[in-house]
Design a protein around this ligand. Structure first.
Ligand code: SF4
Length: 449
C-alpha cells in the first residue's frame, strides 16, 4: 500500500493479506488527525431525534443545535415536532452565572406552546464544564407541567459518538415501562436501531405485519412517546445494525426479561435472515409459512432486476466508510451480489469483533481502516481505483472532489435502502452512479495517474 498515514495511526489500518490480522480500535481519535467522528452530543441527538412527538431542547450555545438541526431525514407518519431545533442559546453571561434559570424558562415556554408528549434536554460541552444541574431542572418542570422531561447526559467532550449512543439509551430507558401493556400479542416485537430515514421502517413494519407479528414500538424511527412507553410489553427486541440502541436492548433484557437479536435489513441475504430469525424465535407454524411465502414473493421479482444491473457492474470497485461496522457486512454482501469488489472498508466506531468479522468476509488486498480521516480516505480511494464510495454526509465531498461516484447510505438518503425493495433501490442507484456518462468529463483518471 502506497499511502501516507500518520505514524500514530498505522495500527488502525490493515491491508488483508499483508501479515497476520491486527487492527487497533476503540481508541480516542488522534488530535489533529481530523477524525470523521462526531461528538457525544451528536451521537445522542441522532438516536433520539426521530422521536417525532417529543420536544428536543439543546442546552448549550446555538452552534451545537445548528450543527445537528434536522440532522436526519427521519420521516414521520404523524407529528413533526422533531424537525424543529430548540436551543437555550447559552451566552457568556450564562456561562459565568449558570444557565439553569434559562433552561427552566425555555422548557416551560416550549411545553406550553407545543404540548409535546415528552421532552429531551441535551447537555453539551459547556454545560458539563459549568455544571448546570439539568436533572434537577427536568424534575422540577416535569412536576410543574406533567410532561416527562428527560435529561440526556451528552456532554460533547466526554468520549466519541458511541458514548452518545449510551447517553441516548440511558434517556430512552426512562420512557420504557411507563405505559400500559394490555392487549399486546404474544407474537410481538420492538424494532430498534432503525431511524426511518427514507421511510424504511414502514417497509419493515409491513413485512412483519404480513408475517403475523405485531410491532409494539419503533425505536426510534417514526418513534412515538406513547408507543415507546409500552415497549416493555413486546416479546422480542429486534436490533438493527450499528449498535446505537444495543445497550437499550441489553437494559430491557435485564429489567424486563425481553430477549433481543441483532439483524440487518440491508441486502437480500441479511433481510431474509432477519425475517427468518424473528419467525424462528416465535416457533409458530403459521408465522414461518407466512415468512417463507413473503420472501419467495419478494425474491421472485427482485432477482431478475438485479441480474440486469449486474451485467454492467461486474468487476467494478467499491469503497465503504460508515459509522458503525455492522452495516458494512451487509454492504459487502450486497456489492458481491452485484458482481462488484469491495476494496476499502472502514468505520468510525467499529469494535475488535466487528473488524475480525470484516477481515473474515473481505477479499485479499482489501484495506480495513478504523476512525479514518479525509486525507487518508482520499489516498485510499485513489490508490484502489474506486468506482463508487458509500458513506455519509462527511464522505460525500471527498468522493466528488476526486471525481468518484458516491452513494449516501446514511442521514441524507432519500430512497429507502432497506428491505428487498431497498436492495433494488440500492442497485439502481449504484448502477446509475457508476455508469453515469458524467465521469467522462471529470478529471478522475488524471488524478489517479
Ligand atoms: S457538544 Fe461540544 S463538541 Fe458537540 S457540538 Fe457542542 S460544543 Fe461541539
Amino acid at each position: 500500500m502506497n499511502v501516507n498515514i500518520l505514524e500514530e495511526r498505522t495500527g488502525q489500518v490493515y491491508e488483508k493479506g499483508q501479515g497476520p490480522f491486527s487492527l487497533k480500535c476503540n481508541l480516542d481519535s488522534l488530535p489533529g488527525a481530523v477524525s470523521q467522528r462526531a461528538c457525544v452530543f451528536c451521537g445522542s441527538r441522532v438516536v433520539l431525534y426521530p422521536i417525532t412527538d417529543a420536544l428536543h431542547l439543546v442546552h448549550g450555545p446555538i452552534g451545537c443545535a445548528v450543527y445537528t438541526w434536522d440532522i436526519r431525514g427521519a420521516l414521520s407518519s404523524n407529528r413533526e415536532l422533531h424537525r424543529l431545533s430548540f436551543s437555550t442559546d447559552l451566552r457568556e453571561r450564562d456561562v459565568i452565572f449558570g444557565g439553569e434559570e434559562k433552561l427552566e424558562a425555555s422548557l416551560l415556554e416550549l411545553i406550553e406552546r407545543y404540548m409535546p408528549s415528552a421532552a429531551f434536554v441535551y447537555s453539551t460541552c459547556i454545560v458539563g464544564i459549568i455544571g448546570d444541574d439539568i436533572q434537577a431542572v427536568c424534575k422540577r418542570v416535569s412536576q410543574k407541567t406533567g410532561v416527562k422531561c428527560i435529561p440526556v447526559q451528552s456532554e460533547g467532550f466526554k468520549g466519541n459518538k458511541r458514548a452518545g449512543y449510551e447517553a441516548a439509551c440511558n434517556a430512552l430507558i426512562e420512557l420504557v415501562g411507563s405505559g400500559p401493556i394490555d392487549g399486546i400479542s404474544p407474537f410481538s416485537i420492538n424494532i430498534l436501531g432503525d431511524f426511518n430515514l427514507a421511510g424504511e421502517i414502514w417497509i419493515i413494519k409491513d413485512y412483519y405485519r404480513r408475517m403475523g407479528i405485531e410491532v409494539v414500538s419503533t425505536i426510534t424511527g417514526d418513534g412515538k412517546v406513547k408507543e415507546i412507553q409500552r415497549a416493555h410489553g413486546a416479546r422480542l427486541n429486534v436490533v438493527q445494525c450499528s449498535g446505537a440502541t444495543l445497550s437499550l436492548a441489553k437494559m430491557m433484557e435485564e429489567r424486563y426479561g425481553i430477549p433481543y437479536i441483532r439483524v440487518s435489513y440491508f441486502g437480500v441475504d441479511d433481510m431474509a435472515d432477519a425475517l427468518y430469525r424473528v419467525a424462528d424465535h416465535f416457533k409458530d407454524k403459521r408465522i414461518m409459512e407466512n415468512t417463507r411465502s413473503l420472501i419467495k414473493e419478494e425474491l421472485d421479482s427482485l432477482y431478475p432486476a438485479l441480474k440486469e444491473f449486474r451485467k454492467d457492474l461486474k468487476g467494478k470497485r467499491a469503497a465503504i466508510y460508515v459509522g458503525g461496522a455492522f452495516k458494512a457486512f451487509s454492504l459487502i454482501k450486497a456489492f458481491r451480489l452485484l458482481g462488484m469488489k469491495v476494496v476499502l472498508v472502514g468505520s468510525q466506531t467499529g469494535t475488535r469483533e466487528d473488524y475480525e468479522e470484516l477481515e473474515a468476509v473481505t477479499d485479499p488486498g482489501t484495506v480495513i481502516v478504523d476512525d479514518s480521516n479525509p486525507l487518508e480516505l482520499s489516498e485510499f480511494l485513489k490508490e484502489k481505483d474506486v468506482d463508487i464510495f458509500v458513506g455519509g454526509v462527511k464522505e460525500r465531498p471527498i468522493a466528488y472532489k476526486l471525481g468518484i461516484g458516491f452513494c449516501d447510505h446514511n442521514h441524507e438518503r432519500k430512497e429507502a435502502l432497506e428491505g428487498f425493495i431497498g436492495m433494488y433501490n440500492f442497485a439502481k442507484e449504484v448502477h446509475a452512479t457508476v455508469m453515469s456518462p458524467v465521469w467522462r468529463f471529470v478529471p478522475r483518471k488524471e488524478m489517479r495517474s
